[in-house]
Design a binder for this molecule. Structure first.
Ligand code: M6R
Length: 612
């Protein structure tokens, strides 16, 4: 939540910060603001998107080569101009931008109020900047030391950057539980929540660790210390992605681009990790701990949102192929329900961003209880990737649309490899079957390309149902989590209420909802239980529900019953989610566009949820 950008150097800071904020807008778009130092502190802030901020900026007042900017996903205080960041300290000397939550802000606010501080916003952030100022004053110390002392008093999560009117040659940044990366240019530094605002200027970056702060100087030097005041040195890392990867590349929206990128993303996820003709799978992270993983009593998959849906598919895959028990837990529930975990468990944590606070908290708990944590993340160097004992990157490339698409399919691809490698180690799969599945996995990108050709047809279906108020998504077996994911995609970008259900559960309740106004999307590609799905389709038809069925070309019965059919290529049943999700992503996308919704930045959401 919230995107932060800072710049110090010789260039014009304003365009760098504005461009950076636009790249980070996926993290929140409730308000935006900027503070620049050029003798005086100049602040512009506005509710709404960065484009709204640009409208109120006074040309001629943006000349500066040091500054900070923020794009907000509101936590404390409604999204208005007053609560927009940056926030100034009482004296006006300090400006702060903040991503995260200060949990004990109200007691600190009370104490500061007693000392004469007056607050102009409802935010926890304004409390923090005043606490820093108060420490600076009472301890008569430098800004960085004051930041360190103040942060030792706060409880919560943060990534902050502080700008000091009295020192235009320095920025102070710190993090705990929210990401922060420092770009090292030729004669300048960039600070951001992720590397997207930086990549255009430098590929050299340093990732700040939790509980660390950095002092970044205009003279080209920087230093990093822990909040316990121990000096640290981090290796400079090279950014791997290119500028094109974070641009729309001719597509109207990031979401559409990312849906179309799935064939390549899956190829990248599989590259070097399997060979069908030789029948091998090599997941570095898995090999490293193979004995422990092979001896695991069970797997616990923990994740949120779309990543949780791919975890459900992982459960089916691992139990089906490797015959080991798997439990799938919402990270937010897992963390707070005192679960039974022990050192024989392997916890698989799945996260696109690698920064989801609930998932991170679940990992901490698993580690405390001595379980092995295996992270599946997309963002390289992210907190979950770094805190896990072992893991694999999905290599999907940057996913910018708030609705997750290619992250889902690459997570499933990796979970398939994990299940197959485990099955191979445990001897629960015949070599011939393993090869068959691997060959088919290699074919999946081509089959997704074939499925993407259905785009125009899906758009026509979208036009018919764009005004529906409810949708039901039904699937069985491997297609049940796909039904959940299809419903989530529609809800989050079109604001139509949608539910996913196991098809057979419909008769235990949701069937009451069905009438001639209810579109029901059936995922009906299963070879197993096909007849049962036919019966479920009949049940909906008998109640006049509108049936949109995703079927195989070879289907004989459902095509006769459905109002609309979407014919997708056939594949192994265990791989079918990789294909059946694609029409559901496109359906949600087109319905949202036809309803005039902002698909890349849906209301109330943010790409990376770094608060619990
Ligand atoms: O980055 P993560 O995979 O940990 O994020 C988890 C969820 O917040 C995320 O999948 C969310 O549900 C998406 N908006 C779904 O499209």
């Amino acid at each position: 939540m919230c995107g932060i950008v800072g710049y110090i150097g010789t260039r014009d800071a304003f365009p760098i910060i504005i461009k950076g904020l636009k790249r980070l807008e996926y993290r929140g778009y409730d308000s935006a603001g900027i503070a620049l130092l050029n003798g005086d502190m100049t602040v512009f802030k506005k509710a709404g998107k960065v484009s709204e901020l640009e409208k109120i900026v006074i040309p001629g007042e943006t000349i500066a080569n040091i500054g900070i900017g923020h794009t907000r996903w509101a936590t404390h205080g409604e999204p208005n101009d007053r609560n927009a960041h940056p926030h100034l300290s009482q004296s006006g000397n300090l400006a702060i931008i903040h991503n995260g939550i200060i949990e004990n802000y109200s007691s600190i606010k009370e104490e500061l109020s007693k000392r004469g501080y007056v607050f102009h916003s409802d935010t926890d952030t304004e409390v923090l900047v005043n606490l820093i100022e108060e420490v600076q004053k009472t301890e008569k110390t430098t800004l960085d030391n004051a930041v360190r002392i103040a942060l030792n008093e706060v409880v919560g999560a943060y990534a902050i950057v502080v700008l000091n009117k009295n020192n235009p040659d320095q920025l102070v940044a710190a993090r705990k539980g929210s990401p922060m990366v420092i770009g090292i240019g030729e004669d300048d530094f960039f600070i951001a929540s992720d590397a997207s605002p930086i990549i255009e200027y430098t590929k050299n970056v340093v990732y700040l660790d939790d509980q660390e702060y950095a002092v970044i100087n205009r003279n080209g030097t920087y230093s990093i210390r822990t909040l316990g005041n121990v000096e640290k040195s981090h290796a400079i890392q090279k950014l791997e992605f290119s500028l094109e990867a974070i641009e729309k590349g001719g597509f109207e929206h990031f979401m559409l681009k990312e849906i179309y990128e799935q064939p390549k993303a899956i190829e990248d996820a599989l590259r070097g990790r399997m060979n069908a003709s030789q029948g091998w799978i090599k997941l570095g992270g898995l090999n490293e701990f193979i004995n422990r993983i092979d001896n695991a009593g069970r797997f616990i998959v923990t994740a949120c949102g779309t990543s949780w849906h791919s975890g459900l598919i992982g459960e089916y895959l691992i139990e089906d192929l490797a015959r080991v028990p798997v439990e799938v837990e919402y990270a937010s529930e897992f963390r707070y329900r005192n679960p039974i975990i022990n050192e024989k468990d392997v916890v698989i944590a799945i996260s696109q961003s690698g920064e989801t606070a609930d998932t991170l908290a679940a990992i901490e708990l698993a580690k405390e209880r001595q379980a092995l944590v295996y992270g599946i993340c997309n963002v390289i160097g992210s907190s979950i990737a770094r805190t896990s004992h072992a893991g694999s990157y999905t290599h999907a490339g940057p996913e910018i649309g708030v609705a997750s698409t290619k992250a889902f399919s690459t997570q499933i691809s990796l979970l398939t490899l994990i299940a197959l490698q485990l099955a191979q180690v445990k001897g629960t799969i015949a070599t011939s079957k393993l090869r068959e599945i691997l060959y088919e996995l290699e074919n999946i990108p081509r089959k997704i390309e074939e499925t993407l050709l259905l785009d125009a047809q899906i758009k026509e279906i979208a036009a018919i149902y764009k005004d529906a108020t409810n949708f039901l998504y039904l699937g069985r077996g491997y297609n049940f989590p796909v039904a959940l994911e299809g419903a989530l995609k529609l809800k989050e970008i079109s604001y139509i209420h949608a539910e996913g259900y196991p098809a057979a559960e419909m008769k235990h309740g949701p069937i009451a909802l069905i009438d001639e106004n209810m579109p029901v999307v059936f995922l009906a590609t299963n070879q197993s239980a096909y007849e049962k799905i036919v019966s479920n389709v009949q049940e909906v038809k008998a109640r006049k529900g509108k049936i949109i069925a995703v079927i195989h070309k070879s289907d004989t019965q459902i095509r006769e019953l459905a109002d609309h059919i979407i014919e997708v290529p056939e594949t192994e049943e265990i791989l079918s989610p990789l294909i059946t999700i694609v029409p559901l992503q496109l359906l949600a996308y087109h319905i949202a566009i036809l309803r005039g919704c902002n698909v890349d930045q849906p209301r109330n959401l943010a790409k990376s949820v770094t608060v619990e």
